[in-house]
Ligand binder design. Sequence first.
Ligand code: NAP
Length: 522
Amino acid sequence: MIEVKSYLMGAWVSGERKTELVDPSTEEVIGSISADKPSLLPVLEHARSVGGPALRALTFAQRGAILKAISKALHTQRDALIEVSIRSGGTTRSDAKFDIDGASGTLAYYAALGAKLGETRMLTEPSEQLGQDSRFFGQHVWLSREGVAVHVNAFNFPAWGLAEKLSVAILAGVPVITKPATSTSILAFEVARAIVAAEVLPQGAFHFVAGSLGDLVEQLGPQDVLAFTGSADTGAKLRGARSVVARSTRVNIEADSLNSAVLAPGVAPGDDVYRIFLRDVAKEMTQKTGQKCTATRRIFVPRELADRVQEDLAEELSRVKIGHPGHDEVRMGPLATRQQLADFRAGVEKLVASGARIVAGSATDVAPIGVAAGKGFFVAPVLLRADAPGQADAVHAHEVFGPCATLCPYDTHEEAVALVARGEGGLVSTVYGDDRELLRALVLGISPHHGRVLVVSAKVADKTISPGLVLPSCVHGGPGRAGGGEELGGERGLRFYMQRTAVQGDRALLDKLFEAPKPSAG
Ligand code: NAP
């Protein structure tokens, strides 16, 4: 039994009342977490007054060195963390690596960025002359906010979610209070323990809240920031918090997304691009049991290819072995919680009621490998098809958070663009094709509705990333339904945690105030 504790003001703290945590493959109780509603005001004050100044005293290069040490600490614990992920999150070994290596990789990326930014504490933009006088200039500078970063994470990436937000905030010089989702908090707790054990962060720079934040969000002030990942409903609640509305606490929301794969006209079965399209869609439906914010939910194909795609995809999906993730042959584990299972089944029904039909798989009928009968939160991947996708409203509005996607035949590429946009803002859309004019029309039509667009053409067919992979160098987020936020993206990500100020004055003086950083030795 593992007790998930909080790490507050330098000490590990237990809750009084407890919520049980279960292994989603067996339903065995494996741990507990606090069910209290704590007052975290002292923690907020401590982070602001102790952690903030200590971090801001360090340069980007020094903060980068801290991130490098944390990345190494997680990598050293990799095997143990993978085992924790399998047991507490129902992830296969490969899914666990995706989360855990994503965490250490993102930390390492921001460590390297810190070294590159060097021995300075601010970011500057090119200065420009203001008005007629050649001495009077304006210079935009970015300095660390003097508040706290509160991070609220979703259940699906307990390691990466914690680490990617932490990397950017710490490099920007802002102390962190991080809260994992309750259901998969055991892995986040082990990550937090590794971070604390590394003893590289200054006092007050890192706090881990197991369970509820109490009224912390309402207590945030004008220099604090709130970064949230989770459902659109919770995101909307947090956006309406008094601190955000009345004190302009800066907020970033990463929420639902009805990501799409678009097979452009002209691609033939047998082409490399078609092969990669099938591989990607099957992977994006089933990796992490479809519990990825970037998973493909809608598949747009030219109408004349719909039957063939349906047949090929159904075959790919039928090969996915489902069961206890501890078994070597298993490729897809359970959903994370009983509630997720209920939501998944209800979601599939909603898509069916909206005009889609199930053409492969089942939300209820599955015989998982290595699991006692009736135990665990298992489903088979479900492929639906909506032959009149324009009328199937729920397909474009309801995110079924599991291994489920809907095949949507289209007649023209203009219709494909319009249907993709019906998702009202997404994290990622992937376009597969080779005709440059069609790709141009599709990419330019789809891009304003997305944070990221991946284009898979023959020349890069075997070189591209899988669409669901979030790289720290590219922004992650999307407009509208996806929350309207933006995370990561290299140096771009730091700006959420910093204040841009236009400083105006004598050019020579400004040059002196904002001297270029010296190159870092590390
Ligand atoms: P959720 O139920 O909204 O929970 C997300 C987080 O918010 C959890 O840590 C939860 O804590 C916390 N929370 C809930 N109510 C809160 C409140 N009133 N005040 C403060 N915190 C609160 O979402 P989820 O089920 O964990 O995640 C699934 C969703 O996340 C999916 O819709 C998925 O698309 C989305 N997601 C988006 C991204 C992205 O980058 N865009 C990434 C991953 C997931 P408790 O668990 O303790 O309740």
